[in-house]
Design a protein around this ligand. Structure first.
Ligand SMILES: *Cc1c(COP(=O)(O)O)cnc(C)c1O
Length: 230
């Protein structure tokens, strides 16, 4: 066993422990939140090692880097999640290679992802990324635009709208993070009072996964806590 192998195995064990404790503190069932191992900037070899420790879901931010990795690992039954900003000229590759996209924040991108998925046996599972605090510079659709975007995305033939994703600003306090995640969860509930049946909240990273789970996350996205510093 290589050193990185045992390190990744150890880190995965730790992170899974944090997830189970947080679920149990929140009175939620085991397995009701899943771990996405964010492998951006880490090699396919390390992804393979994480898979050997039972990891199935992997997250990537950069199309250029992700595609060769996904191809190299196509012998493994992995689920690939695109979680980064989406350039419209990359939507075809994303739609063809990924199982999930968490960062859909405008109609044009959603339409292009849907067309790019044509011919695939399964729809592309998507989350809408929401900019909860409304800062200009941030990724994500504004809260005021969410319901309309959700209705339009829902009509696209090769997408399956599953939930919402958000990311607090870098300097958010724990209380800010609680407020942001709680708001995302309320937005999901609100949409579900309408025609939607959203079952996914993608929120919580290495430093705030406990808050994410307390507030209802069904996916947490962890990079450094598994693979180490980039
Ligand atoms: C990089 C990234 C993560 C993982 O962050 P870490 O700090 O490595 O745990 C999660 N979500 C998104 C959207 C990211 O870009």
């Amino acid at each position: 066993m290589s050193q990185s192998d045992s390190r990744i195995k150890h880190n995965l064990h730790n992170v899974r422990g944090r997830i189970s404790s947080a679920l149990s503190r929140a009175g939620r069932p085991e397995q009701s939140a899943q771990l996405i191992a964010v492998s951006k900037k880490f090699s396919g070899e390390l992804v393979r090692e994480a898979h050997e420790s039972g990891q199935i879901h992997f997250g990537e931010n950069y199309v250029q880097e992700a595609i060769p990795k996904i191809d190299e690992l196509s012998d493994l039954p992995l689920e690939w999640h695109f979680i980064g900003p989406i350039q419209s000229n990359k939507t075809g590759q994303i739609a063809a290679k990924f199982d999930w996209v968490h960062s859909v924040d405008r109609l044009k991108i959603a339409q292009r992802l849907s067309s790019g998925r044509l011919g695939s046996p399964y729809p592309l599972k998507v989350c809408l990324q929401v900019n909860i605090t409304g800062e200009e510079s941030k990724q994500g659709c504004r809260i005021a635009d969410l319901a309309e975007l959700a209705h339009l995305v829902r009509q696209l033939p090769y997408l399956e709208l599953r939930g919402l994703m958000t990311m607090p600003q870098i300097n958010a306090s724990d209380q800010d993070t609680v407020d942001i995640f709680r708001r995302l969860s309320q937005l999901k509930d609100k949409l579900n009072e309408d025609v939607f049946q959203l079952d996914v909240l993608s929120m919580g990273m290495s430093d705030d996964l406990e808050i994410g789970i307390q507030e209802g996350a069904t996916f947490v996205r962890i990079g450094r806590g598994i693979f180490g510093d980039r």
